[in-house]
Design a protein around this ligand. Structure first.
Ligand code: ATP
Ligand code: MG
Length: 698
C-alpha cells in the first residue's frame, strides 16, 4: 500500500520525468516559498503544459498565474544567463526586473485578451550577464488555459536571434563603411589624378627646363621647354627613349661637355652648375643646372634629373647694366674734368686778353729796335699758342663759343679731302665716302672741320708705316633709351677709320681725357680727342671710339640732325677788312687791363673811345648824354651783364651797334640777337667782327 501510494505520488510528478536537467531541478526544488506550491498540487493543465515544455527542444518559458511564475526548459535556461537557476519557480518580476516595464504589458495583454503576441527580432534590454545589453528574440506568447478554462499562464516560445541581428547590423555597418570608403577612394583618386594632371601641366608649361636620364643616358622624361632649348642650341629635339650619346654623336666636343656633368649626376651626386652649351652654328646659351639623383619608389637609383634655367638674357642684361654704369662713371669723370678745365681755361683766357692785345699793339706800332721786335714777335707767338691751348681746353669743357647752324656734312667732308691728304702724307691712302642726300647736321662747321682734322692727324700718327684712312658720313637713328650718351633721335655720324696700331684697353679708357697722350713730351698735348669729345657733347651729339691693338681704330662723331631750314654753310667768305665808319665806341669791361687793350685797338681803328668799368657805369654815362655808335662790352661782369646792358641800350637806341665779348660760351645769358667775339682777340679779329656788324646792320 505504502509502495502503491508512493507510486501514485511519484506518478503525480511523472510529468517531470524525462524533463531534462530542468525536470530534475524542478523535482528537487523546494517549492515551499513558491506561489505555485509543490508540483504534486499543480493543476492538471499546468502539469501537462510543463511536461510538454520540458520535453521540447525549443526555448520555452511559461509564466504561470497572476505573479507570472517562471517555469522553463533546458533550451531556455542559457538565455537568461546568471538569472538561472534562481528564476525557476519565482515570480518573473524578481528576475526580469530590468525589462519588466517592457515585458509585463505584453504578458498581461495575453492573459487578458487571450490573443497571441508574436514578433520577430524583438529587442529586449537584459542584464543577464551582469551588464546591460540589448538582446533580440523571435517570440510567440500565447495564453494557456487552466483546468477551469480561465487563463492560467502565458506560454512563451522564443528563439534568441541576438547574434544574427547583431551580425546583420555589423554587416550592414561594414557594408555602409565599405560603400563610404569606396566613394572616398574614388574621390581621392579623382583628386589625386587632378593634382597629377595639374603638376604635369605645370611641368609642361614652365619655362624652366626639366629632364631625366636613366643610367644608360636615355631620356626618361623631358618637358617642352627643355626640348625647345635643345632645338635652339642644336637644331633638334630629343624625345623620351633617345640616347644622349646618339643625340650628340655628331658633335663629340659637345657630347663630352654634356656627359661630363651627367656622369656626376648619374653617379649619384647632387650639384648645381652654371655652364654654356650649344653649337655656335645655332646658339650658345648659359644655363644654371641643378642635378639630382632619380630614385624608384623603393629607393634604388634609376638615373638623374636636371632642372635648368636659361641665364643668358639675365647675364646679358647684367653686363649691359654694368657697361651702362661704367659709361656713366666715365661721363661723370669727364664732366668733372670739364668743370675744372673750363674754370682754369676761363681764367687763363682773361689773363691772355691784355697780353695778346698789348703785344699786338707793340707790333703794330713798331715799338723798339730790331731786337725788341724779335722778342715781341716771339712773345706774341707764345701767346698765340697759349690762346690755342686755352681754346682747346674750352672746347673740351664744352665752353667754346659755337655758332651752330645747319651744315651739309657731305659737302664739308668732301671739301676737306685735299687738306687731309696733304696732312697725312703720301704713305696713307685717304678715302672719303659721303652719300648724297644726307640730312643736315646742326653744328659749327669750323669746329667740325677742326675735329675731323684732329682725328685725321691721330690716324696718321697711328700709321707710321702707312695705311688706309677712311672718312665717311651716314644718317643714323638712335632708338634705344639705354644709350648712355645719345638721346633717341636722328643723327649724322661721321666716322674716321684707320688701319693703324690701334689702342690697348688702358689707352682706350683714357684717350678722351685732357692731357692724356702716348706721344711723348712735346709731341702731343693730349687735347685732340678731348676737344672733339667736348664739341660733340656741346652740340648734343657724342664721340665713340672702337679700337683694338693691331686692328685699327674707328672714331665716330655723332651730330644731331638739324630741323631748321638749310642755311648757307659756305658763308665762309671772309669778311674783308673794310674802312670802318668811325664814331664813338663805349667799351665796358670790369677788368681794367682787358678794357685798356680793347680801347687801344678801337682807337687804332679810328674810334674815339669811352671806357666804363661796369654796365651800371655805362648806363650812367648814357644818361649823362653820351651817344655812342658802338658798344663793345664784356658779358660776365659783377652786377648787370653785358648782354642785359646791350639789350637795354638797343631798346633806347636801335641804331646802336653792339658787340658782346665773352671768354667762353655761356649759352644761358647771351642772346643770339647780339653779335659776339671770343676772347682773347687780335685787332684784326676785332676789325672783322665790326665789319660784319656794320654789314648786317643793327
Ligand atoms: N687713331 C688712333 N689710333 C691709335 N691711337 C690713337 C688714335 N687716336 C688717338 N689715339 C690715342 O689716344 C691718345 C690721345 O689722343 P689725343 O688726340 O687726345 O691726343 P694726342 O694725339 O696724343 O695729342 P694732340 O692731339 O693733342 O696733339 C693718343 O696719344 C693715342 O695714344
Ligand atoms: Mg691728337
Amino acid at each position: 500500500m505504502l509502495s502503491e501510494n508512493a507510486a501514485r505520488q511519484s506518478t503525480d510528478v511523472s510529468f517531470l520525468a524525462d524533463g531534462g536537467e530542468l525536470g530534475v531541478m524542478m523535482h528537487a526544488l523546494d517549492w515551499s516559498g513558491s506561489p505555485l506550491g509543490p508540483p504534486q498540487q499543480w493543476s492538471q493543465a499546468l502539469k501537462t503544459t510543463v511536461g510538454m515544455l520540458l520535453a521540447a527542444r525549443a526555448q520555452i518559458v511559461l509564466f504561470w498565474g497572476p505573479d507570472f511564475v517562471a517555469l522553463y526548459n533546458d533550451a531556455y535556461a542559457p538565455g537568461i544567463g546568471a538569472n538561472h537557476p534562481r528564476a525557476l519557480g519565482r515570480p518573473a518580476i524578481e528576475n526580469w526586473g530590468e525589462l519588466w516595464d517592457d515585458l509585463e504589458p505584453l504578458l498581461s495583454g495575453v492573459r487578458q485578451t487571450r490573443k497571441t503576441f508574436a514578433a520577430k527580432d524583438r529587442p529586449f534590454y537584459v542584464e543577464r550577464h551582469g551588464y546591460g545589453e540589448t538582446s533580440y528574440w523571435d517570440v510567440s506568447y500565447s495564453a494557456v488555459p487552466d483546468d477551469d478554462g480561465s487563463v492560467g499562464g502565458v506560454l512563451c516560445i522564443v528563439s534568441e536571434t541576438t547574434e544574427r541581428v547583431l551580425g546583420e547590423t555589423r554587416l550592414r555597418a561594414s557594408e555602409a563603411r565599405y560603400k563610404e570608403l569606396n566613394t572616398t577612394l574614388e574621390q581621392r583618386v579623382a583628386e589625386r589624378t587632378a593634382e597629377r594632371h595639374l603638376l604635369a601641366t605645370i611641368v609642361e608649361t614652365t619655362d624652366g627646363q626639366i629632364q631625366a636620364l636613366d643610367l644608360d643616358y636615355r631620356w626618361l622624361a623631358i618637358n617642352t621647354s627643355c626640348a625647345d632649348a635643345y632645338e635652339r642650341i642644336y637644331g633638334k629635339r630629343p624625345k623620351v627613349g633617345d640616347s644622349l650619346h646618339e643625340f650628340l654623336a655628331d658633335r663629340p666636343t659637345h657630347l663630352a661637355a654634356a656627359t661630363a656633368v651627367w656622369d656626376r649626376a648619374l653617379a649619384g651626386e647632387a650639384f648645381t652648375n652654371i655652364d654654356e652649351f650649344g653649337d655656335p652654328e645655332f646658339d650658345r646659351r648659359v644655363y644654371e643646372m641643378k642635378f639630382e639623383a632619380l630614385r624608384a619608389p623603393d629607393g634604388t637609383r634609376i638615373g638623374a634629373f636636371l632642372t635648368g634655367t636659361d641665364l643668358t638674357d639675365r647675364l646679358e642684361e647684367q653686363a649691359r647694366l654694368a657697361q651702362a654704369e661704367e659709361e656713366l662713371r666715365q661721363a661723370q669723370k669727364m664732366e668733372a674734368m670739364g668743370q675744372l678745365t673750363g674754370g682754369v681755361a676761363h681764367d687763363f683766357n682773361n689773363l691772355l686778353t691784355p697780353i695778346v692785345g698789348l703785344l699786338d699793339l707793340f707790333q703794330r706800332k713798331g715799338i723798339g729796335g730790331e731786337r725788341e721786335h724779335r722778342l715781341i714777335a716771339g712773345a706774341s707767338q707764345a701767346a698765340e699758342r697759349a690762346k690755342t691751348l686755352v681754346q682747346r681746353l674750352l672746347a673740351f669743357a664744352r665752353r667754346q663759343p659755337l655758332q651752330a647752324v645747319p651744315v651739309n656734312i657731305s659737302r664739308l667732308v668732301a671739301n676737306m679731302g685735299a687738306l687731309i691728304s696733304s696732312t697725312t702724307g703720301p704713305q696713307i691712302e685717304v678715302t672719303v665716302d659721303t652719300p648724297e642726300g644726307l640730312p643736315e647736321a646742326m653744328a659749327d662747321p669750323n669746329q667740325v672741320e677742326m675735329a675731323i682734322l684732329n682725328l685725321s692727324v691721330n690716324a696718321r700718327d697711328a700709321m707710321p708705316d702707312g695705311g688706309r684712312l677712311c672718312i665717311s658720313a651716314k644718317a643714323r637713328t638712335v632708338v634705344s633709351e639705354h644709350n648712355a650718351e645719345l638721346a633717341p633721335g636722328a643723327y649724322v655720324c661721321i666716322s674716321v677709320t684707320d688701319t693703324g696700331v690701334g689702342m690697348d684697353e688702358t689707352t682706350l679708357a683714357h684717350a678722351v681725357e685732357p692731357f692724356f697722350s702716348t706721344k711723348g713730351i712735346g709731341q702731343g698735348t693730349g687735347l685732340g680727342l678731348s676737344m672733339v669729345h667736348g664739341l660733340a657733347s656741346q652740340l648734343g651729339g657724342a664721340l665713340t671710339i672702337r679700337s683694338a691693338v693691331g686692328a685699327g681704330t674707328t672714331v665716330e662723331l655723332w651730330l644731331p640732325v638739324s630741323h631748321a631750314a638749310a642755311s648757307a654753310v659756305d658763308a665762309a667768305a671772309e669778311p674783308k677788312l673794310q674802312r670802318l665808319p668811325a664814331g664813338t665806341a663805349l667799351v665796358v669791361d670790369d677788368e681794367p687791363l682787358v678794357r685798356m687793350s680793347t680801347a687801344e685797338m678801337l682807337s687804332e681803328l679810328g674810334y674815339s673811345v669811352v671806357e666804363a668799368g661796369s654796365a651800371e657805369e655805362a648806363l650812367q654815362r648814357v644818361r649823362e648824354g653820351l651817344r655812342p655808335n658802338l658798344l663793345v662790352t664784356d658779358h660776365l661782369m659783377p652786377g648787370m651783364s653785358g648782354t642785359d646792358l646791350g639789350l637795354a641800350l638797343r631798346e633806347q637806341y636801335p641804331e646802336l651797334q653792339i658787340l658782346v665779348v665773352s671768354g667762353y660760351a655761356n649759352n644761358e645769358g647771351i642772346t643770339p640777337d647780339l653779335s659776339r667775339l671770343t676772347k682773347p682777340f687780335r685787332s684784326d679779329e676785332l676789325a672783322a667782327s665790326l665789319a660784319s656788324l656794320a654789314k648786317a646792320g643793327p
